[in-house]
Design a protein around this ligand. Sequence first.
Ligand SMILES: [Cu+2]
Length: 282
Amino acid sequence: MKTITRSITVAAKHLYLIPLVLSMYSCNHTTKQTIAITDMSSSDSTVDLSHMIQLADTLYDSKKISLWTSDRLSNKFESLYLKYENDKTNSAASLDYQIVMDMGMMSHPGPSYPLVNLGNGVYRADVVFNMANIKDMGKGWLFKTIVKEEDKTDTLIFSLPVHQDSFTRTLLTKTKRNDQLFVSCLLPQEVKVGKQTIAFVLSKKDKEILSNVDDYTVAIEPFMPAMKHGSSENEHAKSIGNGKYSGMIHFSMPGEWIVKVKLMKDKETLSEDTLIYTVKVK
Ligand SMILES: [Cu+2]
């Protein structure tokens, strides 16, 4: 059997157009936006694309493929949602994806989890963007959607606008057991003063394939460098499954804080370095 392979490149929508695009879509394409589905594989119970940003979409043959995210993309752990619609209901397709950083002179794959099928033609792709796009240097991050049907494979390429955050939220560390782990702190860049939940995602990196890590404790210590003090009433982040960890952190006053993080197992520190996340407290 002959396999046809073709490649379609789709430009991402400019982010400044999103408010306009969203309002336009809510008038014309309401049926395509109100998809609420249950994500069986994670603790987030539902994924509602109607509250998300559509990064790109394309129509080809009788198919429509679109890519969604809950907020603008930056250099950290991100969940992307792929929606596949086909007018021909009887044709079965299998989907896969690949993340590639195109830097012009060279390109390299990026760290990502296997695609999760959420049902109803929606798939989740969890990715760690370990860098932002660099201006004037290649196409930046590309999302390659691979659609396999009986006799052909199509590759659709979406370019992704991945911005640089002021404060890095994903750090790579090595453990004493020689694992390479991405430690992603899910705090926004800016938070409100007071006691609040702090969440992390631990991703074990084996080449560019990521997998969940659930058997650590993420030890946290908030510190305010300008005034050289910490705070009380903090709780280390414990595993809640699917590579996610949740704890409590207390930012007792406004200003710039750092969160010092160590990975522990049975009271032993296993991360080789202390990871530092900066956060602006308002
Ligand atoms: Cu202070």
